[in-house]
Design a protein around this ligand. Sequence first.
Ligand code: HEM
Length: 126
Amino acid sequence: MNYLLIKHLHVTAAALSILFFVIRAYWSVSESAMLQKKVVKIAPHVIDTVLLAAAIMLSVLLGPAAAQPWVLTKIVLLIAYIGVGTIAIKRGRTPRSRAIAAVVAVLIFIYIVGVAIKHHPASWFF
Ligand code: HEM
């Protein structure tokens, strides 16, 4: 498959991921029943699977060129984004702790986009 096509898929999935995350985080903090809906529970997994699958395909297509610090940084931070994200959506005990986790997750996401665009672990600070 075409590299640019997969890259577009990757970026589109990333945009959908953060969009749905912010909506779910809002529902989590406001203790909305929307969060219990089946589609709301399943959609993020589908989106994040597409995001990661496309990322893996891009890395495979890049071959040895993918063995760079910024790619590793993205993998580590994606795991952090998902981990902190689960605190924001369900593991945080109070609305306040869930709200703080949501802000941290969004900041991690913004940092990852900087890493992606600059091709550097220092992200926007490079
Ligand atoms: C939340 C997580 C992620 C976000 C928001 C994200 C975002 C992006 C964006 C915006 C681009 C386009 C950059 C540009 O065109 O200048 C991109 C490209 C790319 N991403 Fe990700 N990404 C994420 C996770 C990952 C992970 C985990 C990997 C590695 C396994 C990865 C590997 C790549 C590769 C190889 C490219 C293509 C670079 C290029 O051709 O210039 N991404 N990503």
